[in-house]
Design a protein around this ligand. Structure first.
Ligand code: AMP
Ligand code: MG
Length: 471
């Protein structure tokens, strides 16, 4: 790219204005400056981005839209922490249209009619977390929104402290959330609810368009995709942190990176979000919460699909999830998914990762390499680990090892690594953001010197580490 985007379109804007969205001009940042451009993704999607082109920098920082863009704020509602929260909507991001097979969304671009009391901004800290988090999840082979470019600025943004405003260009197959449907259902507006579901089917499941039972079938797809996503998250030890229905995509992509994290030691009750006092979004709760979110989605479809049919699809979720989880664990351990030793091996893997100081996401890499020396201190020489190796090694399918290795992380996107990257970036040193992102481009199993330098050891009292929702 490019200040010409040849295949640009904006299908969402064909829905009625003011009912589904409001047109909004982005608000400029002061002294914008590139933190990083994901050139690999740009090339894949649209062509190179010229970082010296001031017009592109102005566009990506909200000063001046490119002529092809159709910036709008989408309206949606949602359940937050299990409670109906009413209308939410894009309060600090704008849909720009579709290009290269992705929806483009500029996050942090200023206030919109849905900002409520918010300032419409994203801070550099949280934008870096999303930028690297989404590319890391992608490199793990998990469906997710992608991060195309990150801009920082001198715009002051008040959070717990005064921080710097940033914009993130985020790409997704679709930004449609459960909340897009809940919005119209809970207003009893069945006409526009129908419009929304037909739009969703057109965008996400166009092969269903002509079927009389397409809404029911689309719901089955949502169930399948979300069960798959939970299988992925649980297998790699990802904790989203805020699995509200407005943060749950119909596409099955990981969406809205806030106070997310990865398991250190293996713990079902691991909570990352410090506002989550009841542990609703703890690691081990995620499949159950996704099932609950799917029940909110099912309710929105009751005007069009018989309740017993929706219930039958909904009831498939636990089994679909279990199968997805087992398949993912098998893939990551280079085992056949029908191997009858698999459940015992999974149990052994998770058990030994309960040891404090062991980083669960790293275990796959160590196991696949039978890497005793690289292993976290806590596991070295542990009887349980030796037992696991003796149980597991003979079952490994050599053909499956290369694929398993390709998605096993050689470094952790730990919160202390992120903190160090963010501190450097706040002092105008963006080299770590760039080098980590470039390393992910080559694959998650690649050794990464920056990760080694910055990952180091965790802060002394890591057990108390929780992340703020403020972003
Ligand atoms: P999140 O927790 O980031 O998913 O946001 C929940 C809702 O609050 C969404 O509707 C966001 O667009 C909105 N929101 C979050 N932060 C801000 C902000 N700083 N300014 C305006 N709206 C915001
Ligand atoms: Mg959100």
């Amino acid at each position: 790219m490019t200040n010409r985007l040849p295949d640009w379109s904006a299908p969402y804007c064909e829905l009625p204005e003011d009912i589904f969205y409001k047109k909004v001009s982005p608000s400029p940042l002061i002294n914008p400056c590139w933190v990083d451009i994901n050139h690999a993704l740009a090339n894949e999607v649209n062509g190179p981005i010229d970082s010296t082109d001031q017009k592109i920098l102005r566009a990506f920082s909200g000063s001046e839209s490119l002529p092809e863009w159709s910036p709008v704020a989408q309206v949606y509602s949602g359940h937050q922490f299990g409670q109906w929260a009413g209308q939410l909507g894009d309060g600090r991001g704008l849909y720009l249209g579709v290009s290269g097979g992705y929806e483009w969304h500029l996050k942090g671009s200023g206030r919109t009619p849905y900002s409520r009391s918010g300032d419409g901004r994203s801070v550099l800290r949280s934008a870096i977390r999303e930028y690297l988090g989404s590319e890391y999840i992608h490199a793990l082979g998990i469906p997710t929104t992608r991060a195309l470019a990150l801009v920082t600025s001198d715009t002051p943004v008040q959070r717990e402290t005064l921080e710097r405003g940033a914009t993130l260009m985020r790409l997704a197959k679709s930004h449609l959330r459960i909340g897009h449907l809940e919005h119209f259902y809970h207003r009893n507006d069945h006409e526009h609810l129908r419009g929304m579901i037909e739009f969703a089917i057109n965008q996400l499941d166009p092969d269903l368009i002509d079927l009389p039972d397409r809404v029911e079938q689309a719901f089955q797809r949502y169930i399948e995709r979300s069960a798959q996503l939970m299988g992925h998250w649980m297998a790699v030890g990802f904790v989203h942190g805020v699995m509200n229905t407005d943060n749950t995509a119909l596409s099955g992509e990981t969406l809205d990176y806030g106070p997310y994290g990865f398991l250190t030691s293996y713990r079902d009750d691991y909570v990352i979000n410090h506002t989550d006092h009841t542990g609703r979004y703890a690691y081990g709760q995620q499949p159950r919460v996704m099932h609950w979110n799917m029940s909110c989605l099912a309710e929105t479809l009751t005007p069009f699909v018989r309740v017993d049919r929706l219930r039958a699809s909904l009831d498939r979720f636990p089994d679909l999830y279990q199968t997805a989880y087992r398949t993912q664990m098998a893939n990551r351990l280079a085992l056949e998914s029908d191997n009858d030793k698999l459940p015992g091996i999974i149990q052994a893997v998770t058990n030994i990762c309960e040891t404090p100081g062991v980083y669960y996401p790293e275990i796959f890499n160590y196991l696949l390499r039978e890497d005793w020396m690289g292993l976290s201190q806590g596991l070295r020489g542990l009887d349980a680990y030796e037992q696991l190796l003796s149980q597991w090694s003979p079952e490994v399918s050599k053909d499956l090892v290369p694929d398993a290795r390709a998605v096993s992380p050689s470094w952790m996107l730990s919160h202390w690594l992120l903190d160090r990257v963010i501190r450097a970036a706040e002092g105008d040193d963006f080299t770590a953001v760039k080098s980590l992102r470039e390393s992910l481009e080559r694959g998650i199993s690649e050794e990464c010197q920056s990760a080694k330098d910055l990952g180091g050891s965790p802060p002394a009292d890591d057990s108390a580490y929780h992340l703020s929702c403020s972003s």
